[in-house]
Design a protein around this ligand. Structure first.
Ligand code: PMT
Length: 400
């Protein structure tokens, strides 16, 4: 439960500071104790009076205020919280955090705190994409600072791209996840992602175009909602999402073994593009061109991980979700696949050439359940992950 948790909210000076007011309200509604620090520039956008009135406690601004120091002191401010949240986090404040500057109350508290930190960046697109900001973000991530957003969309300067602060409810969800209080707290999840590589000989393999973006986004979303999440992933360039335990594998058989080792779990999502076949007689040495023409490869069927995990057993996960990658009759084939493999839900996506589903950043999925199907609008793979994770949380919420 998030009720009763103490959040130290640091508001820095960007136009998104007005959203901090809604964030405070959302947190207070949930019974969270919110104490606020504002940078000087934040006070140009929203007043300490408004922040203090919503928080139910005055907002702190000055480092060198005698009364503040005697009343609470910056070290107590830094330590008396379960989580420090910086929203909005401007490029300037991220840079000061990365370099360890302590030149105002906000940066001093951020340097002095021993509490976990969550930042919600908000800035102009070019500032977000600037190599200096990229480096600062990487430094902070390496130090364990968590991040929510920024989102893509139209911005104050009529530019579009990444840089919009995450919405207050997204920040609340990230806070819940960071504090282990999300709606999936206490649940365990297993996600498969990426392609498998099936060796032909020591240097060649059969593979497919899966990038792992979709599966990794789902694992990240489940973890954000508090699920203890294991990600069994084929070879991909995708980074392991924060808070997720990754198990890298190569072949379909490795993937099955890793999934079985992760059981029991409550939730399974099979997003991996598992090779249906492997080379039965893989060569121990590199195949050579000879006079006898090209080698004949004999393919044998791989185990079906989704069907195996869906099969009735005392350890069957409560909810098993598969994917269906189709190029025609998408809904019809997906419904048949759901029944054949025995999973509870299937997310059908069209992988025809030109859709960009394999490897791209967006996806158009249809959720097929025993009750019927619904089509979700085209959205980023991250948003597909969030929507699926929330749907799973609702499923468990209503099942209780
Ligand atoms: O990785 P990205 O580039 O982001 O692309 C995402 C995606 C297109 C790979 C993803 O959205 C997707 O559709 N994943 C499933 C790909 C697939 O193999 O679909 P399928 O229809 O062939 O298989 C149906 C289901 O059975 C899938 O859940 C699959 O993981 C599972 N399966 C398939 C074969 C097998 N041997 N074992 C399995 O578990």
């Amino acid at each position: 439960m998030i009720r009763g948790k103490r959040i130290l909210l640091i508001i820095s000076g960007g136009i998104a500071a007005y959203k901090a007011l809604d964030l405070i309200r959302r947190l207070r509604e949930r019974g969270v104790l919110v104490r606020c620090i504002m940078t000087r520039s934040a006070t140009e956008f929203v007043t300490p009076l408004a922040v203090g009135a919503l928080a139910g406690e005055r907002a702190y601004v000055d480092l060198f205020s005698l009364s503040d120091e005697s009343e609470i002191g910056h070290i107590r401010l830094a330590r008396e919280a379960d989580l420090v949240v910086v929203a909005p986090a401007t490029a300037n404040l991220l840079a000061r955090m990365a370099t360890g500057l302590a030149d105002d109350l906000a940066s001093t508290v951020l340097l002095a705190t021993d509490r976990p930190i969550l930042v919600a960046p908000a800035m102009n697109v070019q500032m977000w994409l600037h190599p200096a900001t990229r480096a600062n973000v990487a430094t902070l991530a390496a130090r364990g600072v968590s991040m929510v957003g920024p989102n893509e969309g139209p911005m104050a300067e009529a530019e579009t791209g990444p840089g919009r602060m995450a919405e207050p409810l997204e920040i609340v969800a990230a806070i819940e996840a960071k504090l282990g209080c999300g709606p999936l707290e206490g649940r365990t999840a297993l996600v498969t992602s990426g392609p498998t590589h099936e060796p032909i000989d020591p240097v060649r393999y059969i593979a497919n175009r899966s990038s792992g973006k979709q599966g990794h986004a789902i694992a990240a979303a489940l973890a954000r909602l508090g699920a203890r999440t294991v990600l069994v992933t084929g070879p991909t360039a995708e980074p392991v999402p924060p808070g997720v335990t990754a198990v890298p594998v190569e072949t379909a058989r490795d993937m099955l073994a890793a999934c079985q080792a992760a059981l029991p779990v409550d939730i399974v999502v099979c997003a991996a593009a598992v090779a249906d076949w492997r080379v039965g007689d893989r060569a121990e040495q590199k195949l050579k061109k000879g006079g006898e023409g090209p080698p004949q490869l004999t393919l044998v069927e791989n185990p079906d991980i989704l069907a195996t995990l869906s099969a009735p057993s005392p350890h069957r996960p409560a909810l098993v979700v598969g994917f269906a990658a189709e190029t025609e009759k998408v809904l019809e084939h997906a419904a048949a696949k759901r029944a054949r493999k025995g999973c509870d839900w299937i997310l059908a996506n069209d992988v025809s050439p030109g859709t960009g589903t394999f490897g791209g950043d967006t996806n158009t999925v249809h959720l097929v359940t025993a009750e019927g199907s619904e089509t979700w609008p085209t959205m980023s793979k991250r948003d597909v992950g969030d929507r699926l994770a929330r749907r799973i949380a609702d499923h468990f919420g209503s099942a209780q």
